[in-house]
Design a protein around this ligand. Structure first.
Ligand SMILES: [Zn+2]
Length: 184
C-alpha cells in the first residue's frame, strides 16, 4: 500500500523483514527457501548463492513472527515468552558477539555463516534498532487480520493503523455497524 510509512536504518531493516509477508492480502516474499535466500542477499545479509534449506525457511519465518510479536509491545501489546525464546534461540544459534569496527564503534556480529548467520544479523539489527528513538514508533497495525509493522510518523505517536485509508476506515466501518446493530 502506497501510504504505509517506512523507517530507515536498522529499524527499517527489521520492519522490512517483518513485512516480508502481507498477512491480509499477500504476497508472502519468503514462500520457499530460494525466495528466502534472494531476500537475505538483496538486503546484504547473505552472500549470493549460499545454500538455503527448508529448515532455514522455518527458522526465518519463526524469527519473523517473533519479531512481529515484539513490535506489538510498542503498540500496547504484551511480550510473549515464546517470542522471547525464539529471539534468544536465533541469537544463540548465530553466535552473536561484540566486534569493534575500524570506526571504533561496537556492534554485534554473528560467528555463524549461511542463513543462520544472516538471521543473526537481523537479531543484531533489532538490538541496534532498540537503541534508536525511532524504535518506539515501529508498531503493529491494530487490525487483527493485518498486523503490518508500520512506522508511526504522527506527532504524538498515536497512530493505530498501518494506513487510515484501508485498516483505519475498515475499523471505523465495523464500529459503525456494531453501534447500529446494538441500537436496532
Ligand atoms: Zn493494517
Amino acid at each position: 500500500m502506497a501510504d504505509r510509512e517506512t523507517a530507515n536504518g536498522q529499524v527499517g531493516l527489521v520492519q522490512a523483514f517483518v513485512n516480508s509477508v502481507d498477512l491480509q492480502d499477500g504476497p508472502e516474499e519468503l514462500s520457499d527457501p530460494a525466495h528466502l535466500g534472494a531476500w537475505l542477499t538483496a538486503h546484504g545479509l547473505l552472500e549470493a548463492g549460499a545454500g538455503v534449506e527448508p529448515a532455514d525457511l522455518k527458522h526465518a519465518v519463526g524469527l519473523r513472527e517473533a519479531l512481529r510479536g515484539l513490535i506489538g509491545a510498542n503498540s500496547g501489546g504484551k511480550v510473549y515468552p515464546i517470542d522471547v525464546a525464539t529471539l534468544n534461540e536465533a541469537a544463540t544459534a548465530s553466535r552473536l558477539r561484540a566486534r569493534f569496527g575500524s570506526d571504533g564503534r561496537a556492534r554485534l556480529e554473528p560467528e555463524a555463516g549461511g542463513v543462520t548467520g544472516a538471521l543473526g544479523r537481523i537479531v543484531a539489527a533489532t538490538f541496534a534498532a532498540m537503541d534508536d528513538e525511532d524504535w518506539a514508533r515501529l508498531k503493529l497495525c491494530g487490525s487483527p487480520t493485518c498486523r503490518w509493522a508500520f512506522f508511526d510518523r504522527s506527532r504524538n505517536h498515536s497512530s493505530r493503523w498501518c494506513a487510515m485509508a484501508s485498516c483505519g476506515n475498515r475499523a471505523k466501518a465495523r464500529r459503525f455497524r456494531e453501534q447500529h446493530a446494538a441500537h436496532a
